[in-house]
Design a protein around this ligand. Sequence first.
Ligand code: VGL
Length: 211
Amino acid sequence: MRIARIAAIDVDPQRTFTPDCPDELPVPEGNQLGSALNAQAALADVRVLTKDAHPANAVWVVDDAADMLQPLSYKNADLTWVKHAVPGTKGFETIDDLPPVTEYDYVVWKGVEPDLHPYGACFHDIEEKLSTGLIEWLHSQEVETVIVGGLATDYCVKTTAIQLKKRGQFDVIVNLAACRGIHPQTVAAACDEMLDEGIKLVDSQLALGCL
Ligand code: VGL
């Protein structure tokens, strides 16, 4: 008998998306997800970490938060954002209670090039031509089901989950108990979009336990 394998994916659980970094992209309660991410990983056979890793001089950087979310004409950087998740700074660090990076089974660093700002962890580019190898690696591990949590629900969690479903053909479960979002409106729209794609949304560890 072949038993389907499960992967847990920790999407960008970094201080840049928490109140620890008020000048970056603070998400309320973003730093309180460590135990929920560890609990979903305990149900999985393999654990993946994704991290934003952005240069300080990226083309999409604006100094003032009031200038964010402006559309850009670059192919692979669609909106302006404030500087965030710069390697070597506090914002790049993972949130409390997570294992060291070397204990994960696969790690994806996103947006390392100054003219790329992908949201999903499966492709380096918004056009989705250049694979990060995540889908291929999960297939090599005979993974069929993927549990996704992390930051932020409305951007990188959503895009990663949709890529895994559409391009990877996995059964995808987004564990909302292990996610937080930037804006309530975009979170609601993201949840609708994920449901439309056939992604399952659960909001408790108990529901996940039924796997
Ligand atoms: C993210 C906005 C900008 C995310 C990253 O990780 O969800 N959101 N960059």
